[in-house]
Design a protein around this ligand. Structure first.
Ligand SMILES: *Cc1c(COP(=O)(O)O)cnc(C)c1O
Length: 412
């Protein structure tokens, strides 16, 4: 560990914390440590490391066990975990996973108990919905869904939940960007006798524009596949928290499941962190220019974007909770699926692909792809119509993107 860098701002700390060139022959960038196993200085040191990892002795605040075996941890995971912490306001600890779903499932399995309930906002990411319905419910963990934008409904659902283990919030929701009030959900959880753990999937606006840990959440979850890695070339997930007890519990599940992010991927993701804020700022500006320019287009019945919200509750949450509106927006074609598909076919710069958060603009038709597993009722409730197209703005020049969108909209 280098000297403490608590005295610098996050954008600086990302470059100064967590890695000391002295440990790698002076290399300016970390080496990649692919070793599966680590040599102990003495048999006593081995015993001590196992006692920590096995939970027999409590490490001092923040102390890590000596490295043992790369399924538990390895130097590139530790460097990445130390470097990512300053990016998430309010966080003290991180754990890295080999996908966003691995991070989500490990956090849920750490706190779910048989015969308990999870209150969650809808719509959720498809994989997370599947985890709730196909996996947790058969294990006796009942999911209680509540619409993301219904702040009072969320409070009531939490207050009424029996044996509640987790409150799970995803905001803004995909693909209509409906927002949930994190602070009110966390306050409701804090007064519940079961003290449910509040988790927020912050993939869409974090770490730059939304800070759930400052609003009372316990755990922040990421698909680092999206904005954090930013180039659509890797899969990764992160858990962040201010609680050393929580991170230890989650890491011990990760030891068991074997879903830590491997060294090469940690090294890659590590190199993307210093530019997250630069990329997200540009993506948010591009999305805002496009969404606002497309609003009112004669072929479109709606444009979904936080600066265009009309519902007073949604406006209130956005203004209170988010620093910027972010890089995602959705457009809805009045004519339904045929003009939406024509639009996707005609785009020349933006590419038709699922996923989001990369430096290149990606566009998809949620109803037939990312959201095709939803029931007709879930589709209707979450606003996923035949004419809906989701856009993840990249960092291209926005004027070229707007020209591309306009030509793809113009035909006939
Ligand atoms: C992509 C995504 C996930 C899942 O992440 P993976 O890295 O694909 O496992 C979870 N939540 C949200 C909001 C996502 O966009």
């Amino acid at each position: 560990m280098p000297d403490s860098h608590d005295d610098v701002r996050p954008r600086t700390a990302i470059l100064t914390r967590g890695f000391d060139p002295k440990h790698t022959f002076g290399s300016a960038r970390p080496a990649v440590f692919r070793s599966s196993t680590y040599v102990f200085e003495s048999p006593e040191a081995a015993e001590h490391a196992f006692a920590i990892i096995g939970g027999k002795i409590k490490p001092d605040n923040g102390e890590r066990a000596d490295l043992i075996y790369a399924r538990f941890s390895h130097p590139n995971a530790e460097i990445l975990e130390d470097q990512i912490v300053p990016l998430e306001a309010g966080a003290s600890y991180a754990a890295v996973f080999n996908s966003g779903m691995a991070a989500i499932m490990t956090a849920c399995f750490t706190y779910a108990r048989p015969n308990s309930t999870i209150v969650y906002t809808t719509p959720l990411y498809g994989g997370t919905t599947g985890l709730m319905h196909s996996f947790l419910e058969p294990f006796g963990v009942r999911g209680i869904p509540v619409a993301a934008g219904d702040t009072e409904g969320i409070e009531k659902a939490i207050a009424a939940a029996q044996n509640c283990c987790i409150v799970y919030v995803e905001t803004p929701a995909n693909p209509t960007l409906t927002m949930a009030d994190i602070e009110r959900a966390a306050a409701a959880a804090a007064t519940h006798p079961d003290k449910p753990v509040v988790m927020v999937d912050n993939t869409f606006l974090g770490p730059s524009f939304q800070h759930p840990l400052l609003l009372g959440a316990d755990i922040v979850l990421y698909s680092a596949t999206k904005y954090l890695s930013g180039f659509s070339d890797m899969i990764a997930g992160i858990v962040l928290t201010k609680s050393s007890d929580m991170i230890q519990k989650i890491r011990s599940r990760r030891n068991m499941f074997g879903n830590i992010l491997p060294p090469d991927e940690c090294w890659m993701l590590d190199s993307r962190l210093p530019t997250v804020q630069l990329r997200m700022n540009r993506q948010s500006k591009n999305a805002q220019r496009l969404a606002e320019a497309l609003k009112g287009h004669k072929k479109l019945s709606a444009v979904y974007y936080p600066t265009l919200f009309t519902d007073p509750e949604q406006k209130r949450i956005f203004e209170k909770q988010c620093a910027f509106p972010g890089g995602i927006f959705s457009i809805e074609f009045a004519g339904g699926r045929p003009p939406a598909f024509d639009f996707l076919r005609r785009l020349r710069i933006a590419r038709n692909a699922v996923s989001l958060g990369g430096v290149e603009t990606l566009v998809c038709h949620p109803k037939s792809t990312t959201h095709s597993g939803m029931s007709p009722q879930e589709l209707a409730e979450s606003g996923v119509t035949d004419g809906l197209v989701r856009v993840s703005a990249g960092i291209e020049d926005w004027r070229d993107l707007l020209a591309d969108f306009e030509q793809a909209l113009a035909s006939e």
